[in-house]
Design a protein around this ligand. Structure first.
Ligand SMILES: [Ca+2]
Ligand SMILES: [Ca+2]
Length: 231
């Protein structure tokens, strides 16, 4: 067992994948093990054995935190990166969108070559009364970068140090005037694992949308919108 039962229970209680992500050794492994709550890896179920944890495993709701990063903002003891649903690194037009902040990977203990798994938590309203998760689109996209520079919102290639990865997510044209927003380097971060590319020091995250000013956090199940991160 690599983790204590309270942690396992906590992750499961949050609906987060517990096993698989931190044991992926190969590049570009599909993240089915991460996405599935009932992976067949040993130790993934707190109710199946686990007598080595030293307690009765019934304390799923307590605040014990077996990992570093427990003090990060986001209201969780896991590494959840908050994502304002109005933020993006893509081009916007006639839209009061917010600039996506540059997130220092080292702050989350992530370095090039690491396999990290991300999963959107919470939900947002893509317009009043419409949950983003109801659309069948990605929820969060990401782009790695060598620098923290984000160019003005009317430029298409805003992430100056963007670093390409194998996968691409196609972002949609702006709601107003239909300007193209898609760039080559970004990926769908809604639910999957990726190898952090060489040279990456930062990551930018965006809610997936065509118009950002009317977005708001849905606080689904009391959870702020964000990206749950596991190494
Ligand atoms: Ca919107
Ligand atoms: Ca793209």
């Amino acid at each position: 067992m690599r983790a204590s039962l309270p942690l396992a229970g906590l992750l499961l209680a949050l609906g987060l994948p517990f096993s698989g992500c931190d044991s992926v050794g190969a590049d570009d492994v599909p993240c089915t093990a991460c996405a599935s709550g009932d992976s067949d890896l040993p130790g993934s179920h707190p109710e199946s054995g686990g007598s080595d944890a030293g307690d009765d495993g019934s304390s799923a709701g307590e605040d014990s935190d077996g990992e570093s990063g427990g003090d990060l903002p986001g209201g969780s003891t896991d590494d959840v990166i908050p994502v304002d649903p109005r933020q993006t690194y893509t081009r916007t037009w006639k839209d009061d969108a917010l600039d996506a902040p540059a997130i220092l990977l080292a702050e989350y203990g992530v370095a090039p070559g690491d396999v990290v798994c991300g999963r959107a938590v919470g939900d947002f309203y893509t317009e009043p009364g419409v949950l983003a998760s109801s659309r069948g689109y990605p929820l969060i996209t990401a782009v790695f970068s060598s620098s923290d520079v984000l160019l003005p919102s009317d430029e298409r290639d805003r992430v100056k140090g963007a670093i390409d990865t194998d996968d691409d997510v196609v972002t949609l044209a702006t709601a107003t005037d239909g300007l193209e927003t898609d760039v080559a380097e970004d990926v769908d971060a809604t639910d999957g694992c990726i190898t952090v590319p060489d040279g990456a020091r930062y990551v930018f995250l965006a809610a997936y949308d065509t118009f950002y000013a009317d977005n708001s956090d849905a606080l689904a199940d009391g959870q702020s919108f964000g990206l749950s991160l596991k190494k």
